[in-house]
Write a protein that binds this ligand. Sequence first.
Ligand SMILES: [Zn+2]
Length: 251
Amino acid sequence: MSQYLDTILELQRALLDLKEADKRLTGIPDWMRELHEEHKASLAEISTLEEAAEVAAKERRTAEATTADAQEKLKKYQQQINKVSNQREYGALLQEIDTVKRQITTSEEQAFSSLERSEQAQKELEAKREAFRELADRYAAETARWEAEKPGIVEHIDTLKGRIAGYREQLPKNVVSQFERILDRHPAGAMAPVRLMERPGGKGPREWHCGSCNYRVRPQVVVEIRNTGTMVQCESCKRILYLEPAEEATA
Ligand SMILES: [Zn+2]
């Protein structure tokens, strides 16, 4: 097989490894994922409870302010009652007093129920925080273990980058750019092995096909790839075709 194709394959392997290593470095490792999710969910629960407690406390303050206002009014009305001069004014004032008393009852009930809710949320919050402590310790330990693994990955990434630069230097610029364009289109791999396959029903000689998309590859193209190492793209998926060592003898 041509020198180029071998080098392009090596370049591709290094590029795909680099992508994988980058992903590992920036993402959450698989062995930590479950704990990571648990930790995240717990934090979200705590924040929901904190919000509920905050809302209840605010409602309680509002209700208490309403009660205080109404009591102020009630006091004023009760002072006025000695000064009314007729039955009509007296009746109207009694009605006002009645209304304001009802308001006091309502806002006192509201204050009480929001106090209960706030206390309930606080209690749940404390229990949740208590339970979270153990989880947070475990999470910190695993995070530390993960941090300890990172320098190794960084080192691996540096090695890969060095290798990639080397392969690029070994290849003509136009070959590199063509390969990279195809890799952009097919991020999982720009190369496709040609494979000998039985014809349907097993009749007649076996045929060469693109190992990625199954499109037929003419035998003379396969010979060309083997003998001159020409870079040939699959007519259908446009991946660069290559011969695997095991198939090379057959071509
Ligand atoms: Zn193809």
